[in-house]
Design a protein around this ligand. Sequence first.
Ligand code: CA
Ligand code: CA
Length: 167
Amino acid sequence: MYASGVAVVLVFIVGQVAADCPNGFVTNGTSCYLFSILQASWIQAMKICTVHGGELATVESAQEEEFLESYIRSVWNGWNQTDGIWLGGTDLIVENEWMWAVSKEPFGEFVRWAPGEPNSINRNGEDCLDLLPHKNFHWNDENCGSLLNFVCERSLLEGYIPPSVLG
Ligand SMILES: [Ca+2]
Ligand SMILES: [Ca+2]
């Protein structure tokens, strides 16, 4: 009896950790992430993330950045290609004032610009944030109309009861 009780507890814990995010998302802390193999403009990507209950990913700590890097490496065989990956930052409202679009919070202490970035080098401006796998996952400002892969982030599902508990 004792042994089976332990087994039930273990199943409960594993079920909670593995299934707090919707299908296709992976868990890190209190967030769920979805890497999209679609390529879209920054605005389109944000809309697609909204459909999934989230937003383009916000990267607020070194821990979150390290998670994203290892996650992208694990799901995307082409991670060393030269295209960027959209994140949820922008300076569309005021040039050079970077913020996370949905929260309107300015970038915090953690930033990870690639050397020389942001450089707004495109003739149409570069007002949207992307991650550069080929530059050691540092950040770049990119023309918002570029078609890139992207990562969505959303909060955990609330009120989820693992199926193993329901039996
Ligand atoms: Ca985040
Ligand atoms: Ca740039």
